[in-house]
Design a binder for this molecule. Sequence first.
Ligand SMILES: [Zn+2]
Length: 470
Amino acid sequence: MTWEPVIGLEVHAHLKTRTKMFCRCAVGFGAEPNTQTCPVCLAFPGALPVVNRTAVEWTIKLGLALDCKIAEHAVFSRKNYFYFDNPKGYQISQYDLPSCMNGKMILPTAEGNRAIGIVRAHIEEDAAKTVHVGGRTGRIRGADYSLVDFNRGGTPLVEIVTAPDIRSAEEAKRFLQLLRQTIVELGISDAEMEKGTLRVDANVSVRPEGSDELRTRTELKNMNSFNFVARGIDAEIARQIEVWESGGEVRQETYDFDATTGALTPHRAKEEADDYRYFPEPDLVPVEPPVELVERLRAELPELPAARIRRLEAELDLDRAIVLVTGGLDRLWADSVAEGADKIAVANVIANNLVGAGIDPDAVSAKELARLVKARDRIPRFVFDEAIAKLGEPGFSADPYLAQEAVSDEAELEPIVARILEANPGQVAAYRGGKDGLLGFFVGQVMKETGGKANARVVSELVRARLNAP
Ligand SMILES: [Zn+2]
């Protein structure tokens, strides 16, 4: 039987507001623990919350970008649970009446647009950060003691819940990359998984292909990169197929995915599943944004990544367009093309060399990048690479690199080519016998011989001409 994965995602993004969700404490990472607190976020008796206006506006903006219906009447509720990261004994979160509902995000693919449904996007506050000291796993079980940092307690989060519309781990990853880029471009969150400002849980089930039933799903938690999310989902799909095919039954459970071992370990059984006794927060008024506010926020939306991918696809191809846009690289690309660089060549240099060297695209001068790309065939490869590595430095100029022209003089290169071919008769015979891939080997040998200073394109032509000569 062929099985079809059914995947939904729950994404939490930290909003980078200046202050917390319901008090005036600063939001910031890296501050001394428990210095960004006040009676409200420490839940002193009698302290009252006040809604952070910016957090509400940003959530609405995100909802508009995700094509959601914006609620005229949203309500904060109390989600009751007892744990030491939660001094109030409840978390304030939008529940049955969230600010944003029924949206979708378009995922451009080679087979056309895939619409991934957005069930809701709502506001909530984060819990305090706990650190369990001692013990092997870093979890509370087996720890010697636990520490709590209330700086994170009460910071604003937006939670985005997708419909179970995603059909593969790869699609989940591409959706997340596009969602992240959308969030970043709206300027509402840094959305970095490594820093915990973006967190992803995945709900996974499988069903016989062609059926529309929804079987028991499991939840995957604690995956801290998009690649780990994809690997975790793949591992869980394989596990569930094995369970069904061996006559078993998938149980509703939560798993942690360990990226180093690839193992899925049960997180906690759902039978303790949670009865949070939600009820409307009596200390806060409903969120009722005026139409003018919603329309102003809609007018402020930039051209979104999914639309830009489609626009760029017409000039490049879909894969290159996706890499440039989801990497936040397409503005540098467009500016470089405007400076005269070849569209495809500069796209490749940005997507491969620049990203490979870890250079911030915003620090790069499009004009200097365009000059380098235009001269790429004329300067030695290592000089080009050196220049690319320095592109992000302030005041970078391509001049000293462009001055180092590669050796293109055929009279100078011919004898070296001849020597290399003579020294490798076996490879020459193999090439002439049809192993075209050996061309790169010969070119590489000539480049080595010239200390990398030869023009690789000229060398390649010389080698080919000589090998193809009767
Ligand atoms: Zn506070």
